[in-house]
Design a protein around this ligand. Structure first.
Ligand code: ZN
Length: 280
């Protein structure tokens, strides 16, 4: 992947933005500006755009905190992390070695979603809206926004985004965090990282194909719980499924290489292993 622009260095890790992330920035500012001006027709246009910009910067920080949680656990286990890159579908921590034990992989994988869920639920509870949300769908339709002022509007939005970020990454599709948690459990059970990676990748591909088929069903007007129905949501789900399927196949090949290189002991160059995170 293109390394993008370096914008900062935190805890010895380069923080980078891929060019594709700018597309997400535009989409978020555009979406939020229109949502905010619908919920608050009394706001000036420029104020709504400003709110959209602030919200997208907070979104950026949310993904960054999620990745930092993974990376700091990795570093605490003595595993080097070269950079964190934010791109179209979320963020990637470039962790330069396979984890040393199932327990280490479990901690590394689970801390990202835990960070997102803690931040998300804290913001929702602080905004006073958290206890009124009955299901996941409520988080997306912004139905409460009309009653809220600017500050709480942003808080509810960014809180919901963090909860969705945490929950989505827990889907057990390798190489999502949930898939890595699954791999660590299989690894612990059978004691073989290579076989565990294969199993987790196959399950990841199966889940990706279920997403692609669900997306197709949505395009044909079938309602899928939590995901809705219709062309745009359907195409979005198909894209995420396609991306996940590629990632699962790619990481399997990549992971295999790392293990083979280690076996031969003839190469010192580390093959990059990427921990991918996706956000819909
Ligand atoms: Zn993650």
């Amino acid at each position: 992947m293109n390394k993008g622009i370096r914008i900062a260095r935190l805890f010895g890790i380069d923080i980078r933005i891929d060019w594709s992330w700018l597309l997400i920035l535009l989409l978020i500012v555009w979406n939020l500006t229109s949502a905010f001006s619908q919920a608050h027709p009394e706001w000036e246009m420029l104020f709504s755009v400003g709110m959209g910009l602030i919200a997208s910067i907070l979104f950026f920080l949310s993904v960054l905190l999620h990745e930092l949680a993974h990376s700091l656990v990795a570093k605490s286990q003595g595993i080097p992390v070269s950079d964190i890159t934010l791109f179209l579908f979320g963020g990637v921590s470039n962790i330069r070695e396979e984890p040393k034990s199932p327990g280490s992989e479990f901690a590394m994988a689970v801390m990202g979603p835990v960070a997102s869920l803690v931040i998300g639920f804290s913001l929702l509870v602080l905004s006073g809206i958290g206890l009124r949300v009955k299901n996941l769908r409520d988080l997306q339709i912004m139905q409460f926004l009309e009653e809220l002022g600017a500050f709480r509007t942003i808080m509810v939005w960014i809180g919901s985004v963090n909860v969705i970020l945490g929950l989505f990454n827990l889907v057990p599709g390798f190489p999502l965090d949930g898939g890595r948690v699954l791999r660590s459990l299989i690894w612990r059970m059978i004691g073989n990282l290579r076989k565990a990676t294969q199993w987790a990748s196959y399950i990841g591909q199966a889940i990706a194909w279920i997403m692609i088929m669900a997306g197709m069903a949505m395009i044909f007007g079938i309602r899928i719980p939590f995901f809705g129905q219709g062309l745009i949501d359907g195409v979005w789900l198909i894209l995420i499924g396609w991306f996940l399927n590629n990632a699962a196949i790619h990481t399997l090949l990549n992971g295999g290489n790392v293990l083979m290189l280690k076996k031969k002991k003839s190469q010192t160059k580390l093959t990059q292993q990427q921990s991918c995170d996706t956000k819909c």
